[in-house]
Design a protein around this ligand. Sequence first.
Ligand code: SF4
Ligand code: SF4
Length: 82
Amino acid sequence: SLFITDECINCDVCEPECPNDAISQGEEIYEINPNLCTQCVGHYDEPQCQQVCPVDCILIDEEHPETHEQLLAKYYKIAQEK
Ligand code: SF4
Ligand code: SF4
């Protein structure tokens, strides 16, 4: 999944772009729920939140790498639960 760094300026433009409703306003800054973020796999070729963030504070979580197959599996799991 992706995560939001503390550079976030709480501009709110990323939240409506997420096809998985993975982004929400946290206590200080916006947050991404890693259980819902598929890095946009299944929906788009590029992570939509990264495309719109004006300060480029949305990064890939290198400490928890996920393969394309894992992200696709997450996409199907979320689709089933909807
Ligand atoms: Fe949502 Fe896609 Fe951003 Fe993940 S990468 S938080 S799924 S918009
Ligand atoms: Fe924060 Fe970037 Fe989202 Fe704006 S687009 S709320 S700066 S993460």
